[in-house]
Design a protein around this ligand. Structure first.
Ligand code: SAM
Ligand code: SF4
Length: 322
């Protein structure tokens, strides 16, 4: 469907849990209280909302969390969403810790792509950033996912502590592997507010310094806001998602469903609609569709990350799904 700013909304990020097996310092405080299980949408509730979203024109669903693979049955949920009429692409974003064991099933069911979060190739720094010593498992999963023929994107939130050398080392994975290495500016959401972001502009200058023949890619990849860059030296590509310093709100195509069933209209703003309440009070498909439609029509025109008011969203990123 089209929102009141004329933007086509065809992409929904679906968070299936607020729990996680890592504690990334900019995302999830160690002492964060979890949402009680009974307040988390059941899989059949998620399927119903996705089916209705598809009727409204959503064709791509991204499964996220918390860490989606800590919730039992995640792979079967993905399989069921792939079968919904109107849903053309289902992808997954994961920290990669539990990915290896699920790769055969994910490849077999035709997962349309996997984003793996990875901020550094340095074991000590990885442990400092994520609170856990899991780099070896994540890297193993990256290479196994590539071997399994999946489309793999690496998502890095660049941090000053990693430094230019560390960021370029990570980028260099795209030299030898057909992987998109994407750099996502730190957003002032939750603990992200405590960090000074490495901007997309600074990142691009670093990448151009190391790969002088880098050029913007004209090929469209996925449905996201990343700007991609290629070079003859790369098997993969680089992506920059500079949501804070470079607004792309005019092209925004997405809404988000939190694990407790709140349809969120913009990453930066708290506004949305409680679909769980409607679902569990016996709402009909027509009422649910109407609630979604009415909410999408009031999707905010733009984020206020850089403004004096800052983001209106008070949830942690692990409760939103990125
Ligand atoms: N656990 C999964 C993962 O790490 O990919 C999925 C959920 S996680 C919230 C999704 C993405 O949000 C990750 O790539 C993470 O790095 C990113 N993220 C978390 N907090 C952020 C922040 N403050 N600014 C920008 N990205 C953030
Ligand atoms: Fe967990 Fe992903 Fe947040 Fe890290 S970024 S704490 S892996 S939800």
């Amino acid at each position: 469907m089209t929102d009141s700013c004329g933007r086509t909304i065809d992409y929904m990020r679906v968070s299936i849990t607020d729990r996680c097996n890592l504690r990334c310092r900019y995302c999830m405080p160690e002492d964060l209280a979890f949402i009680p299980h009974e307040e988390i949408l059941r899989y059949e509730e998620i399927q119903r909302i996705c089916a209705l979203a598809a009727e409204l024109g959503v064709s791509t669903v991204k499964i996220t969390g918390g860490e989606p693979l800590v919730r039992p049955g995640c792979v079967e949920l993905i399989r069921s969403l792939k079968a919904l009429p109107g849903i053309r692409r289902v992808t997954l974003t994961t920290n990669g810790v539990l990915l290896s064991q699920h790769l055969p099933a994910l490849a077999e069911l035709g997962l349309d792509g996997v984003n793996i979060s990875l901020d550094t190739l340095d074991r000590g720094l990885y442990r400092a950033i994520t609170g856990r010593d899991e780099l070896h498992r994540v890297l193993g999963a990256v290479f196994q996912a590539l071997d399994a023929g999946l489309k793999v994107k690496l998502n890095c939130v660049p941090q000053q502590a990693v430094g230019e050398r560390g960021l370029l080392e990570l980028a260099a994975l795209a030299v030898r592997h057909p992987v998109d290495v994407r750099f996502i500016e730190m957003m002032p959401i939750g603990r992200g507010r405590d960090f000074t972001p490495v901007t997309g502009g600074a990142l691009l200058r670093m990448l151009e310094g190391a790969w002088p023949d880098l050029m913007p890619s004209i090929e469209k990849r996925g449905s996201g806001p990343a700007r991609y860059f290629t070079s003859p030296a790369l098997k993969g590509s680089f992506g920059i998602i500079d949501a804070v310093s470079h607004s792309f709100c005019a092209q925004c195509n997405r809404v988000r469903l939190t694990s407790e069933g709140y349809l969120k209209l913009c990453l930066c703003h708290g506004d949305g609609v409680d679909l769980r309440g409607l679902l569990r009070s016996g709402g009909t498909d027509g009422q649910l569709r109407q609630a979604m439609e009415t909410a999408i029509l009031r999707k905010p025109r733009q984020h206020t990350f850089g403004g004096t008011t800052g983001p209106g969203e008070l949830r942690a990123m692990s409760q939103i799904g990125g």
